[in-house]
Design a protein around this ligand. Structure first.
Ligand SMILES: NC(=O)c1ccc[n+]([C@@H]2O[C@H](COP(=O)([O-])OP(=O)(O)OC[C@H]3O[C@@H](n4cnc5c(N)ncnc54)[C@H](OP(=O)(O)O)[C@@H]3O)[C@@H](O)[C@H]2O)c1
Length: 283
């Protein structure tokens, strides 16, 4: 049985993707920020698939230390259950914000959760991914297409616009997938970014404020999260690595011109510096 790890699996797209992959025979290691919500999500998945293998680990992925601790716990789990091999890591946990807020580490929150948490988890799990010739999947968004990385003010402290910050974090997701392919193809790791579509979840409502109000109207046009989950299944199920970088549930699609090798490499180095880590040492 192949193992996948998925973050942000207590609601929305993550919960339905974890359910779908558990129903399709994967062993699922899932994460959420709250232990009670993790238990409820696990119960819900087991109600759909009573024989499923599903384990939840709670962690606040806005904290760099928690992301690294989580990857250590998952590595122990994989050593016990899957000969240390990880078939796929889906970095899906995310948030939207209505105003500027920083994490304990002093990072803008959308950047920290939507992108950097995935960068750190991938770092911690890269030996397990490499062992299995595994896949890394970033939950990106069509909105990355309107964005640029603000290299001189990555935390967007000047004239903060929450939507700009969200779009930048999603562009970073696509750039990271590109950087992984550029740097680690030789290790057998393959990375993708997924556009789940406009999906009817609570993500904007959790932000409150103006984002919450706008989202309440916008999400009425969204597809159910169970439908968007198909995009992830299409990348996890085939035996051979699917081609391409950026996918939705119908297949490969075009991504922003900002996704260049140069921007991908630059973001990778900046992220290593921000986290005080070096991927070279881990892989
Ligand atoms: N909905 C859309 O139309 C859409 C479109 C494009 C991309 N996306 C992306 O899809 C991903 C999932 O979003 P969604 O729409 O499914 O929203 P969601 O239902 O709010 O799911 C977000 C998940 O992340 C978890 N999370 C939030 N803060 C966290 C933290 N500090 N530490 C760890 N986990 C945390 C949430 O936990 P709780 O359950 O406790 O809140 C939840 O499990 C995000 O990356 C989002 O940017 C969504």
């Amino acid at each position: 049985m192949k193992t996948i790890v998925i973050t942000g699996a207590t609601s929305g797209i993550g919960l339905e993707t974890a359910r779908l992959l558990a129903c399709r025979g994967f062993s699922v290691i899932a994460t959420g920020r709250d232990a009670g919500r993790c238990k409820a999500a696990r119960d819900s998945i087991l109600a759909s698939a009573p024989d499923a293998e599903v384990r939840f680990y709670p962690a606040d992925l806005m904290r760099r230390k928690d992301a690294l601790d989580l990857s250590a716990r998952i590595r122990e789990d994989l050593d016990r259950t899957s000969a240390g091999c990880l078939h796929a890591l889906i970095n899906n946990a995310g948030c939207a914000k209505s105003w500027y807020a920083t994490t304990e580490d002093g990072l803008e929150q959308q950047f920290a959760l939507n992108y950097l948490a995935g960068f750190l988890l991938t770092y911690g799990l890269s030996p397990a991914l490499s062992r299995a010739g595994g896949r890394v999947i970033m939950t990106a968004s069509q909105s990355h297409k309107g964005a640029r990385v603000r290299w001189d003010d990555l935390m967007l402290t000047r004239r903060y616009n929450p939507l700009t910050a969200y779009k930048q974090s999603k562009l970073c997701d696509v750039l990271f997938a590109r950087a992984l392919n550029d740097r680690y193809a030789a290790l057998g790791i393959r990375a993708y970014a997924v556009d789940p579509g406009l999906v009817c979840t609570e993500i904007g409502n959790k932000a409150g404020g103006v984002v919450g109000l706008v989202w309440s109207l916008r999400k009425r046009h969204g597809i159910p999260p169970s439908v968007s989950a198909e995009a992830f299944a299409r990348l996890c199920i085939p035996v051979q690595h699917p081609a391409g970088l950026y996918h939705d549930r119908h297949g490969e699609k075009a991504f922003s011109r900002q996704v260049t090798a140069e921007n991908a490499a630059r973001l990778f180095s900046v992220s290593e510096r921000l986290c005080g880590i070096s991927y070279q040492e881990e892989t």
